[in-house]
Design a protein around this ligand. Structure first.
Ligand SMILES: N[C@@H](CCC(=O)N[C@@H](CS)C(=O)NCC(=O)O)C(=O)O
Length: 215
């Protein structure tokens, strides 16, 4: 298996697929293509028909888009989704909500692990996105009671992978949810795969000026 990803500091979609693959226990070769430099588009297109990362290659099959990659991995490793059918449906719903929504948060608080932009990026629309995300985390954690584990549905699932970049965003922009949502954020930031990604992001030297919104 090969996983094509972008810069670890910036590429939130790449993190979702990468951490799902790690959580599923897959062995994979990582091909990192720094984004938005001469030649990067051609390099991505040589693997990914959409011209975007992430893209998973498994025995010649290309699976692009982080949502499709997560589902593909979960077919091979069912523990990437909750065992209970109702919890599984909710996990898919919140994952899809993250995948298709929260445009205000995405545009004003892009993932940028190396920066400290505490206090930047807030607008009423961004704050509404933050409120919805923390409500999701709280609801999922209260429903996970009794299952065991500190993640949204107990054990680490595709839903946690979907929100992984938001956790880095919250730290960068100084968003500090209270109560259960804050505990969940701390769990995610202490997760060993998150730490591994963060260490690699900090070691990167490329900058994408259009993503460094606040200096
Ligand atoms: N919906 C896609 C989004 C993928 C995406 O937008 N990837 C960005 C990097 S985070 C990309 O490849 N950008 C390069 C480009 O647009 O040339 C997914 O979930 O995988």
């Amino acid at each position: 298996m090969k996983l094509i990803i972008g810069n670890k500091n910036y590429s939130s979609w790449s993190l979702r697929a990468w951490i799902a693959a790690r959580a599923g226990g897959f062995t994979f070769e990582e091909i990192r293509i720094p984004l938005f430099i001469p030649g990067s588009r051609e390099r991505i297109l040589s693997h990914s028909p959409s011209g975007k990362v992430p893209c998973l290659i498994d025995h010649g099959l290309a699976v692009w888009d982080s949502l499709a990659i997560g589902e593909y991995l979960a077919e091979k490793t069912p523990q990437l989704l909750p065992q209970d059918a109702a919890a599984r449906a909710t996990a898919r719903a919140v994952t899809a909500e993250m995948h298709s929504g929260f445009q205000n948060l995405r545009s004003k608080m892009p993932m940028n692990i190396r920066k400290d932009y505490a206090g930047h990026g807030h607008t009423p629309e961004v704050d509404a996105d933050i409120a919805r995300i923390t409500a999701i985390w709280k609801d999922c954690r209260s429903g996970a009671g009794g299952v065991g584990g500190d993640y949204l549905f107990g054990g680490f699932s595709l839903a946690d992978a979907a929100f992984a970049p938001v956790c880095f965003r919250f730290r960068t922009y100084g968003v500090k949810p209270e109560g259960t949502a804050g505990e969940y954020l701390a769990t995610m930031l202490a997760n060993p795969w998150m730490k591994e990604w963060e260490t690699a992001a900090l070691a990167e030297t490329e900058s994408i000026p259009s993503e460094d919104l606040y200096g």
